[in-house]
Design a protein around this ligand. Sequence first.
Ligand code: PRP
Ligand code: URA
Length: 208
Amino acid sequence: MAQVFVSAHPLVQHKLALLRDERTDPKKFRELVREISTLLVYEATADLQTESVLVQTPLGRATGRRLLEKVGLIPILRAGLVMVEGAWQMLPGAEVWHIGLSRDERTLQPVEYYSRLPVSPTVDVCLVLDPMLATGGSAVAAVDILKRWGARRIKFVGIIAAWPGVNRFTQAHPDVPVYLAAIDDQLNEAGYIVPGLGDAGDRMFGTG
Ligand code: PRP
Ligand code: URA
């Protein structure tokens, strides 16, 4: 059964409202995407395995925990790129492997244009990053690519999804938990999430 986690955290919800606002300029938009991503990655990594370590403080010995698992960040180009910067705040040592997918405006199908994964997986957990999960086609395709690569544990971290995309994704990949800031009800005829925030890539990179 797929897990879909929608953060109700006041900081996430406050920043999400600013992100949706059409008056938010690209600089502020990128800052908000980074901040929301940091907060969602904090949630998405709550089950990472750790081991006990001993550390010497200036005053004595303390027991602590150390992360055991290697995490890979997999941004879907373009809009996933800025999420990497937020995720790195929590996971500065994470490897980053890019997947380039572009949605065909007519068919709404994802078209793969970039993927240079190493021969076999180099990480224990993959966090797929893309702020928008609309029809779900891009997210499903990215996880298909990672599974063909041999990735075992995959999580999807987005910001806004629409119910049709969430349903499609969880049916295709019931083993992949989803972390979001919001799920909106609808898609319009052009495949945009309504109310959503518009075109995330364009708002991020100032190309709209
Ligand atoms: C957007 C978004 C997702 C995809 C979501 O990317 O960042 O990757 O659309 O739509 P879907 O769930 O219907 O597949 P887009 O293809 O516009 O590319 P961009 O990030 O380069 O702007
Ligand atoms: N891609 C976006 O950037 N926004 C949407 O609403 C849907 C797909």
